[in-house]
Design a protein around this ligand. Structure first.
Ligand code: NAD
Length: 425
């Protein structure tokens, strides 16, 4: 693991590729992973960089840069989202692709890991510009994606409309409709019931399992959630309905606190009407940074990466951290939380409800038969609860924390597949 010394700068601490490599190396060493498999698994198998033109609304052409990284396709087609942001880097996409390999292996679904991104500022682009950029990016990577090759999904600043454009562009080139090339599509064109709230529902299932394992009570258990977007707001609503007390919501623009519990239905309604959570009457305003280190039993970072770092980990008071976001905790912070004996449910398990429901979407598209929402929810929760048991059993058997246990379990599963297939070298 990265050790918290002054020699390690925050820059290095928050580099996502460094973060995943630190966990991979630690877990691989614990597993005594064969040297050849180590080399194969620590290197992404394909990294595509594309530079492509897009016509802007003013008639001028702008060049954009996009990435698609396939970390491993040993266990099945690549699976992973596409993000649009001004600060997307190859290192970030690489790290996210490898996290997808480990995530799919932890929940034992037949996918490898991939991720994509385009450097752009979607907030400054019109719908037409976004559509043209999406279609051209798709055409640039078209030979490398497909239901049997690599199946993208939404991520930061992409949504079901983006997936519909990708599906349509891919289908136009194939000459027939291929819904299973992406997941996270609108229901009407091959999307799955239950997909939108699946990640939040999975976070709730993992919180329930953690409470059961730690013999803690759900009723009145105080929860602070960072991020009130797809993952955070769905987790908040489902958990409140289950009896948890949501005492804090930390958003980008500021936070809300209410020791008696925030009514999430009312907050959702307020946000729909006002497009912000600020000014909500059912809670007091509180700075988001303070909420992260406030008194609670469960802290759910569900916004973005690198929010629990060496700077604030020492002050965290939660007993349990359930990572709704990808990569919210740095490796240095992990060591600090471990010393404080905080029970962490790592991202590659805690937010795997989304990819599990995406797997169901891919299955339904290929079957041409669509399931009831209750079936999607029940099957997804059952997979997550079994995976929770696998991870904590692994952690007890190998005397490691849950994150390293999840990595060890995942690496072991991928390595076993590669051993059986053999290395074509
Ligand atoms: P989203 O864009 O719907 O919501 C993110 C929310 O976090 C937004 O409301 C944003 O304002 C807030 N936010 C951003 N930076 C913040 C900060 N510094 N402090 C407080 N709030 C902040 O995104 P999402 O789909 O909910 O994804 C959130 C995280 O979960 C990401 O890390 C994503 O990769 C991960 N994730 C999402 C899914 C999914 O199915 N949506 C699945 C797995 C993992």
């Amino acid at each position: 693991m990265l050790i918290a010394t002054s020699a390690i700068t925050l820059d290095r601490e928050i580099n996502p590729w460094e973060a995943q490599s630190a966990r991979f190396e630690f877990a691989a060493r614990k597993l005594n992973l064969d040297e050849n498999l180590w080399k194969v698994l620590s290197t992404p198998s394909r990294e595509i960089i594309v530079h492509f033109p897009v016509t802007l609304d003013n008639g001028k052409i702008e060049m954009f840069t996009g990435f698609r990284v396939q970390h491993s396709i040993a266990r099945g087609p690549g699976k992973g989202g596409i993000r649009y942001a001004p600060d997307v880097t190859l290192d970030e996409v690489r790290a996210l692709a490898s996290w997808m390999t480990w995530k799919c292996a932890v929940v034992n679904i037949p996918f490898g890991g991939a991720k994509g991104g385009v450097i752009c500022d979607p907030k400054k682009m019109s719908r037409g510009e976004l559509e043209r950029m999406t279609r051209r990016y798709t055409s640039e990577i078209i030979d490398f994606i497909g239901p049997e090759k690599d199946v993208p999904a939404p991520d930061m600043n992409t949504n079901e409309q983006t997936m519909a454009w990708i599906m349509d562009t891919y289908s136009m080139h194939q000459g027939h409709t291929v819904t299973s090339v992406v997941t996270g599509k609108p229901l009407n064109i091959g999307g799955s019931r239950g997909r939108t709230e699946a990640t939040g529902r999975g976070v709730q299932a993992i919180c329930d399992e953690s409470m059961r394992y730690l013999k803690m009570n759900i009723d009145g258990c105080r929860v602070v959630i960072q991020g009130f977007g797809n993952v955070g707001s769905n987790a908040a609503r489902l958990m409140m309905e289950r009896g948890y007390k949501i005492v804090g919501i930390a958003e980008f623009e500021g936070g809300l606190s209410n020791p008696k519990g925030i009514d999430i239905h009312q907050l959702l309604d307020y946000k729909r009407r006002n497009n912000t959570i600020l000014g909500f009457g059912g809670a007091e305003a509180m700075p988001s940074d303070e909420l992260l280190v406030s008194e609670c039993e469960i802290l759910i970072p569900a916004a973005r990466e690198n929010v629990i770092t060496s700077r604030n980990a020492g002050q965290i008071k939660a007993k349990v951290v359930v990572e709704g976001a990808n990569g919210p905790t740095t490796a240095v912070a992990d060591d600090i939380l471990a010393e404080k004996r905080i029970f962490i449910m790592p991202d590659i398990l805690a937010n795997a409800g989304g990819v599990t429901a995406s797997y169901f979407e891919w299955v339904q598209d290929r079957q041409g038969y669509f399931w009831k929402e209750a079936d999607v929810n029940e099957r997804m929760e059952s997979i997550l609860r079994d995976s929770f048991d696998d991870v904590v059993r692994y952690s007890e058997a190998h005397n490691v924390n849950n994150r390293i246990a999840a990595y060890m379990l995942a690496i072991d599963r991928v390595a076993q597949t590669i051993r059986q297939r053999g290395i074509y070298a």
